[in-house]
Design a protein. Structure first.
Length: 70
């Protein structure tokens, strides 16, 4: 996964650090930490949509389809 992220120009360690600070990832699924999201939720969704748009023409493993936005 790290090679794929690096090939796409993403900083994998920085992304993992952000995930550890902002997201719960357990058997119940992946979700934001319980705290007010209004401060950054809109920006997060917008940035994720921009990334998905940039990556449309790139290989995306089927195992990760569940992480795409609806």
């Amino acid at each position: 996964m790290w090679r794929l992220m690096e090939a796409w120009g993403f900083d994998q360690p920085a992304m993992e650090e952000w995930m550890e600070r902002n997201v719960i990832d357990n058997a119940d699924g992946i979700r934001f930490l319980d705290r007010p999201l209004d401060q950054f939720h809109g920006d997060c969704i917008r940035q994720r949509q921009e990334l998905e748009e940039r990556l449309k023409a790139r290989f995306f493993p089927a195992d990760f389809e569940r992480y795409r936005l609806g």
